[in-house]
Design a protein around this ligand. Sequence first.
Ligand SMILES: NC(=O)c1ccc[n+]([C@@H]2O[C@H](COP(=O)([O-])OP(=O)(O)OC[C@H]3O[C@@H](n4cnc5c(N)ncnc54)[C@H](OP(=O)(O)O)[C@@H]3O)[C@@H](O)[C@H]2O)c1
Length: 298
Amino acid sequence: MNKEIIIIGADSFIGGHLFPYLLTEYSCSQISGTWFHNQFIPALSFLDITDDKSLESFITEHPESIFIILSGNKDVRFCEMNPEAAYSLNTKPIETIVSVIQKNDFPAKVLFMSSDYVFDGTEGNYSEAHLPNPMTVYGKTKYSAEKILLNSSIQFKIIRSSAVMGYGGVFFDWLMRELLTKEGAVSLFSNTYFSPTPLELLCKGLNIVIQHFSSIEKKILHLCGSSRMSRYEFGCIAADYFKINKDRLLPVEADFIGSTFQNDLSMKPGDLFAVIEEIGPMDYFAGLFKEAQSQYAL
Ligand SMILES: NC(=O)c1ccc[n+]([C@@H]2O[C@H](COP(=O)([O-])OP(=O)(O)OC[C@H]3O[C@@H](n4cnc5c(N)ncnc54)[C@H](OP(=O)(O)O)[C@@H]3O)[C@@H](O)[C@H]2O)c1
């Protein structure tokens, strides 16, 4: 394995869970990461990925590392309104990282977190072989980054995930607060489909890729939950778990005209991750709901 695992964007939602998870699997000296606004542990290094020179120096200082790239901007509406900023956060840093590794012939490896938004959201059940056709600026910037990697000679994996669920996630936190700390009706889209991905599954999957990087032939890996469902259906699974009356959940229809909502971004998980699949929807999300209950229950 490479000398060091470095999470670029360790202070992200995913990084905040992945970093401690990897610390349970490897020694402290093998794991490090970067922060931008939130230095949640002192051991992290500051890095602004839009500062080309700093990014280049950072990669050059760690030529033999595995870089897990979580930094960027996933706010679909922000990206739509600010395409240049979206490019400078989601695409340009990948170009810089690839260029530094390639021109110096470093043995570094890159795990790039990509997204279901590279697909057009019309069919759903997207496999790793399905051709992307992004409809949003966010999706386009992620797909451009993917193409830079695919056209490079460096060692990389593109990890596509979907709606990562866990404490700290925007939709997850909102839903848990509504269900556990309030009493009113909760409106949830019944016509937008996704493949919710438990954080634990994502962390375990990323670790499988780290450990078996060289023997995994595929460059693009779908690491996501195996169930296609609407946000309303996800809410029903949560309500069942908490034994909350499902009548509180109101199925509502998203309006796709003039919005960034996508009808069906569900993805099929890749074969590689079958080993970490759980049995059914209840058990699959139980760990997440249990944690939420301890965080939010009055
Ligand atoms: N969450 C999901 O459901 C999901 C699904 C599929 C794919 N992904 C992808 O996975 C990655 C991580 O997702 P996430 O949900 O953990 O994202 P997130 O919480 O929004 O975190 C984004 C990260 O980017 C960092 N960042 C922003 N601007 C930066 C800059 N100029 N220099 C350095 N770092 C900067 C942020 O640092 P600060 O917080 O300090 O600003 C933060 O660490 C994203 O690239 C996203 O596209 C996420």
